[in-house]
Design a protein around this ligand. Structure first.
Ligand code: ZN
Length: 356
């Protein structure tokens, strides 16, 4: 395996992606559409045990819809969660590795299909365009493991502390970092304490980069009420973090949140909202409220990019159709020409890639 250059992985990738890269959409939503039953504390990770072929299919669907980054099915996969189901810690670890293997298999299969396809775009809307593709290993928050909706409240109780969270996440982060994934996606981070825990874990010899995605339910703070600016500043100060942003948050809040993040970091900003519905933790289901229609969601994307987002996609309840629609709306993708790439040797000896 070639060594990952933590410092340049994301900037090189974005340059090669025309300045804006597409993240995939909801995984669980699609697994359910294929008939998977996710009513389980492991949620989409349950399919790692029961139906890995469905996970691979959903990854492929997103790649064919134009996604440049696929996120593994490990959001709710924790060694502790597998142990609670009677598996050993070794089996739990191998399940985590499997989530990355499935995504890498999907990427290999997709690359092969691209090389075999005589066209970049098929009549039925599928995209077979050879391009750089990253596999992001998902790490959900502690609240996701609790499966009680607390990743949407950020309330872990008064007794919670930094060491507990670091101990909880440590082994999973180590296993995923050694699994062949290109980066770690810390997702739905609900509070400052957990951002700090992730940031400190990354400094413990983790050799791949990561992104931090927070969630908000008021468009101002992260869901716990902690300041988004303070959370994003933690991400900014961690060298291993290569992008900072928002996931699983209604689209109508995103513009304001981008402005806040921009004030504290120059790192690439990532945005992958949900469809605008909200999650009812008691009912364990998504309920329609002030959600926006899909075409409205997509109509926001170029505004977000103009404001500074350079990684965009969807979270819960978004589908390959959402991603395909985003692909079509991005000027860098709808243009038929490949960006002109020029390499420049800088004085420090670093090779910079300039896209015209
Ligand atoms: Zn989500």
């Amino acid at each position: 395996m070639t060594a990952v250059n933590v410092d340049t992985l994301m900037s090189d990738f974005l340059n090669n992606s025309g300045g804006v890269a597409l993240i995939d959409g909801g995984l669980a939503t699609e697994l359910e559409r294929y008939g998977a039953d996710l009513n389980d504390p492991l949620w989409s990770a349950k399919c790692l045990l029961t139906s890995p072929h469905l996970i691979r299919q959903v990854h492929l669907d997103y790649l064919e819809a134009g996604a440049d980054i696929i996120i593994t099915a490990s959001y709710q996969a924790t060694i502790q969660g597998f142990e609670a189901k009677g598996y050993s810690s070794e089996e739990g670890e191998s399940m985590l590795r499997k989530s990355v293997e499935i995504a890498c298999e999907a990427r290999d299969l997709y690359n092969q299909r691209c090389s075999e396809s005589s066209v970049d775009y098929t009549g039925d809307g599928r995209i077979f365009k050879t391009r750089p593709i990253l596999v992001a290993a998902s790490v959900g928050s502690y609240g996701a493991y609790l499966a009680d909706g607390s990743e949407y409240s950020g309330d872990y109780g008064k007794a919670m502390n930094l060491d507990f969270l670091k101990d909880f996440h440590r082994r999973r982060v180590q296993v995923l970092a050694e699994s062949g994934a290109d980066l770690i996606a810390f997702e739905t981070i609900p509070n400052k304490l957990e951002a700090q825990a992730f940031s400190e874990l990354l400094e413990e010899g983790i050799n791949i980069p990561a992104w931090f995605a927070f969630n908000s339910k008021d468009g101002v703070n992260v869901v716990s009420g902690d300041s988004l600016a303070e959370c994003a500043a933690i991400a900014d100060s961690c060298k291993k973090v290569v992008a900072v942003g928002i996931n699983c948050t209604p689209p109508r809040f995103i513009a304001g949140l981008i402005s806040t993040i921009k004030k504290v970091t120059n790192k690439p900003i990532l945005i992958y909202p949900n469809s605008g519905e909200s999650y009812d933790a008691q009912l364990k289901q998504w309920v329609q409220n002030t959600g926006v229609l899909e075409e409205d969601f997509v109509s926001y994307v170029n505004t977000w990019c103009e404001m500074g987002a350079s990684l965009v996609g969807g979270c819960c309840r978004t589908t390959p159709d959402t991603i395909r629609a985003i692909y079509k709306t991005l000027p860098s993708r709808s243009a038929s020409t490949t960006p002109v790439v020029e390499t420049i040797q800088s004085e420090s000896g670093l090779v910079m890639i300039k896209t015209a």
